[in-house]
Design a protein around this ligand. Sequence first.
Ligand code: ZN
Length: 357
Amino acid sequence: MFNPPRCPNRACRYHGSPAADRCWFARHGHYQPLCRPHPVQRFRCLGCRRRFSRQTFRMDYRDHRPDLNPKLFELLASGVGLRQSSRLLGLSLRCLELKYRKIARHLRRLNLNLQDQLPAWATLQFDELETFEQMRTLRPLTVPLLIERNSRFIIWAESAPIPARHRKTRHGKTRVEELRQKGRRHDGSRRACRRTLGRAAALARNLGTIGIETDEKRIYPSLIREAFGAEHGIAHETTKSTRVRDVSNPLFPINQTEAIARDLMGRLRRQSWLVSKKRRYLDIALALFTSWRNLVRRRFNYDEFSPAEMLGFTPRRMTEEELCSWRQDWGRRSIHPLAWNAASIEGFTAREVQRAS
Ligand SMILES: [Zn+2]
């Protein structure tokens, strides 16, 4: 039976610290949703007297077609564009855009909530890939990407603007001047790299020495030292970026991850109609791809395990339906996607660890 973990009302005293010892809610009948065969349990909070239901804790709360969420997630993680997805699912483009943003933002939170401390054998790889928003030469973007090498787990990826190209040609000069009048385009590469490495630093507190592999870009050593601080030893290995990108290349895992990302996110593909109009929607697309790669897909085709499973973050691979389940806006205290008794991610992970030992 489902017991609500907290009162959804943010102003209520049972929102932040729900009473563990006594019952703070009362069961308050059911309602019959149009989109499901089963009735949904309703509750009333004894603190603020507000009413809510089991559905209030679901990610598809207030959605019109919740049954299409997993399908849409699958399509968008397979390189299909927004318009084509709307044709396939029979939704309007606007409706689909809003669904996409809601699902992707939910998945970004879920991916962060499920991350935990890295095991001792973890080795990091860091690289940047290049893409653009709107115009390839005048609005280029860099995407710093950080993975754990052995499990292929993507720790973080985000985009940042970099200065326009072809500023020397006559055509380029006039266009750059036009754009400058609309607002200067700053170089955000350094800041994005710093934030990306910072995500790994939060997961590497148990590691004595940080093993990290990159190419020979000159700002990386100082950024890495800055991110991981003095308490860690750093074993930084570099590879020439001109080296052939085959299996023998030490950076093959991250090169392959980038190739998969370019293939499965239509907007990153070269020679494609698909394009990011706004950088922030590229960022949420990266979150969607990241959670699909980390939690749904096997590490390799012959493997049984997902990257998150290999690092011990989740007990098994998950399906799209499971990822589009409980709301994740309460950090590690949100409900775990695999917990049907509404256990939090913290509680669920602790129990899994106990069971394993
Ligand atoms: Zn309440």
